[in-house]
Write a protein that binds this ligand. Structure first.
Ligand code: F6R
Length: 367
């Protein structure tokens, strides 16, 4: 039940600390990823994996895009990520010893299920489903499974399903890194400790609710918005844009900030708000100079930046501060939270049917 929350979406946003903690529970000790996390067959299957193909739709696809950065970094293995409806209608070449991973909240998405069935015929080393519904078709048919434990998600716009997928995929990156002997026990301990902080980090980010509600008023009358990020924050920006468009019906697009000059900069004027994600990572200086170009062209900015990255609010820009020193493994989930809340408040102000946006269904069981 919705309880005191005005919408299921808001309730589900606030359930994320618990949902993520449940997804990590019993799979991690204080400082280890348990071998049993992916089931008894996983260790042998992950060893000597030479590449990973990740397939999903919508928000789940964005989770896959984020996982690519983490798996490549921790497991040092090539990863490709593709939309299920594209994958299933080309002739995907499957190199030897590749792992197929499909991600789906419902486990019933027609294209994702069809992609899994095709993959099983194509000779992957193993198939893995990351899914939120234990009795779903995807879970029944995949070789290995890792359940997210988000609990039922009622709002059509995915929130806790997404962040629990990110938690599950971070564990996959760790598992592959271990199986391929790319991470030492010391690194594993550090990464596990990082991951265990995620529920508390999300909890703290939920405190931004009140300022985000005020910020939403800046967006409510816009017809368009542009989301920018670099590195793993680029797919976070894509997810932010998807959330805004599906529940508020404002046209939103995400760009990798480095692509601005290659086209979208032409769109920038005072009617095109730019929402940018700037954590304290090796790319923050690059994003800063990308944003300078926006500012120089009169663009209005909403910046989500780590503390001490030196962004200051002025008449054209609003700055929301997130903590610094957050691990690479948890940063994407953390930066997702304010974007969910921002979209939610914009949608409420616009009076849309937040939990049931027009034209959309929760589970897409036909292609
Ligand atoms: C967006 C959203 C959809 C789903 C997509 C895949 O908020 O919820 O984009 O992510 O339809 O659904 P699942 O994950 O059930 O396969």
């Amino acid at each position: 039940e919705r309880g005191d929350y005005r919408h299921y979406m808001l309730k589900e946003i606030h359930e994320q600390p618990r949902a993520v903690a449940d997804t990590l529970a019993e799979r991690l000790t204080e400082d280890r990823l348990l071998a049993a996390a992916f089931g008894p067959k996983a260790e042998a299957a992950f060893e000597n994996i030479k590449g990973v193909h990740i397939i999903a739709c919508g928000t789940s696809y964005h989770a896959g895009l984020i996982a690519r950065y983490q798996i490549e970094q921790l497991a040092n293995v090539p990863v490709s990520v593709e939309i299920a409806s594209e994958y299933r209608y080309r002739n995907p070449v499957v190199p030897k010893d590749h792992l197929f991973v499909c991600i789906s909240q419902s486990g019933e998405t027609a294209d994702t299920l069809a992609a899994l069935r095709m993959a099983k015929e194509r000779g992957y080393r193993e198939t893995l489903a990351i899914c939120n519904v234990p009795e779903s078709s995807l879970v029944r048919e995949a070789g290995l499974t890792l359940m997210t434990r988000a609990g039922p998600e009622i709002g059509v716009a995915s929130t806790k399903a997404f962040t629990t997928q990110l938690a599950a995929l971070a564990m996959l990156a760790l598992a592959l890194g271990k199986a391929r002997e790319q991470i030492s026990p010391e690194q594993e301990a550090e990464l596990v400790r990082d991951l265990r902080q995620l529920p508390a980090q999300i909890e703290a980010a939920l405190d931004l609710d009140a300022p985000l509600k005020r910020l939403a008023e800046l967006l409510v009358d816009n017809r368009h918005a542009l989301f920018l990020g670099r590195g793993a924050q680029y797919p976070v920006a894509m997810e932010g844009a998807l959330k805004l468009k599906e529940i508020s019906y404002i046209h939103a697009e995400a760009y990798a900030a480095g692509e601005l000059k290659h086209g979208p900069l032409a769109l920038v004027d005072e009617h095109m708000p730019i929402i940018a994600l700037v954590p304290d990572d090796e790319l923050s200086e690059k994003v800063r100079s990308n944003l300078e170009e926006v500012r120089a062209r009169g663009g209005r900015l909403i910046i989500f930046a780590a503390e001490d990255t030196g962004f200051e609010a002025d008449e054209h820009s609003h700055v929301m501060i997130l903590p610094r020193g957050v691990s690479k493994l948890t940063r994407p989930a953390l930066y997702t939270i304010p974007l969910q809340l921002l979209s939610y408040h914009v949608a409420v102000l616009r009076g849309t049917d937040v939990d049931k946006p027009r034209n959309l269904a929760k589970s897409v069981t036909v292609e």
